[in-house]
Design a protein around this ligand. Structure first.
Ligand code: SF4
Length: 311
């Protein structure tokens, strides 16, 4: 990250990079891992179709390494990040699919792989809020004496009408209860939230922001709704049933959202990634770095800071 960007970033919102540097003192890199978990919203347990924006080709929407074992993914990811970014420590980020969807002994075997890599300092687990229970939380909590442990829940919005429209297969109450239970066990919670969902205007986004701000979440990962090939959302977009917000609207809503969040909430990501070969819209997402710079410039010019409207 260029120094000027880092300085603005440092002043205006609490970036994940800043958080990691403060805690570990070195460059920490997140390794996106694909442990082969599927999803109940895809395998027929809830639905066989998935969320309307989820790319059906191996969850490639999320990225994730294609190497066959977690060990290989970690080793290759570490070598790359050491050379490219000068990374010194690493976070194992179980990202692809629903990473608590399985029996506890399978989860333990999966997560235990990280113990073979002494430079891993964090265990981050991405999952659905309807795929967690006390036994799984206790297992995840057991890693907290050696690692920084986070669970990231796909919340997306607090509006049930939208959750139905995007075919998530759970309501907001399920997410709220999962967050409360997880935080009560002392595990850090991050919420994955989507800006620009179909039918949602600025006022609805503000309700989501204010509601999330009151929950015990320690981090937020923003997702800019985008249309990928081979999704129901792509059909809806091509049939003009939905519109995708433009870059300026996205930036405006995002920075307003940041104002409602506590200034201590870690911002994992400002805008999502998409593989260019599968991205249908919006075009502006193709240059993520430019979008991030525009967000930071806009916060600077409007004198906006994370937490300014947090009461
Ligand atoms: S919960 Fe995640 S992995 Fe499952 S269908 Fe939805 S977006 Fe895809």
């Amino acid at each position: 990250m260029p120094q000027d960007t880092y300085i603005i970033n440092k002043m205006r919102y609490y970036s994940f990079n800043k958080y990691l540097r403060e805690r570990h003192g070195v460059r920490v890199h997140r390794l996106s891992l694909n442990a082969g978990f599927t999803c109940p919203n895809r395998d027929g347990s809830i639905s066989g179709k998935g969320c309307i924006y989820c790319n059906s080709e191996g969850f490639s929407f999320f990225g994730g390494d294609k190497l066959p074992t977690i060990e290989e993914q970690i080793a290759q990811g570490m070598a790359f990040a050491r050379e490219r970014y000068g990374a010194g420590k690493f976070i194992a980020y179980f990202q692809t699919g629903t990473n608590t969807y399985g029996p506890v002994d399978k989860l333990k075997k999966t997560y235990d792989v990280i113990s073979r890599f002494p430079d891993i300092v964090g265990l981050y687990i991405s999952t659905r809020p309807d795929c967690i229970d006390d036994e799984k939380l206790d297992l995840i909590k057991s890693y907290a004496d050696r690692y920084e442990v986070w669970i990231e829940y796909g919340v997306q919005t607090v509006h049930d009408k939208t959750l139905e429209l995007i075919e998530r297969g759970h309501d907001f109450e399920t997410a709220r209860l999962a967050i409360l239970k997880t935080a009560s066990k002392g595990i850090k919670v991050a919420a994955h939230l989507i800006i620009g969902l179909p039918g949602e205007d600025e006022a609805m986004m503000a309700v989501t922001a204010k509601t999330m701000a009151k929950l015990p979440i320690s981090g937020v990962k923003f997702h800019s709704l985008h249309v990928l090939e081979c999704t129901k959302l792509a059909d809806m977009y091509q049939n003009s049933q939905i519109t995708i917000i433009d870059r300026e609207t996205y930036i405006d809503r995002l920075i307003k959202f940041l104002e409602y969040l506590p200034k201590t909430t870690v911002i994992f990501r400002l805008v999502s990634d998409a593989r260019p070969e599968t991205l249908i819209a919006p075009y502006w997402m193709r240059d993520k770095h430019q979008v991030i710079q525009a967000i930071e410039r806009e916060m600077e010019s409007r004198n906006i800071r994370q937490g300014a409207l947090n009461k």
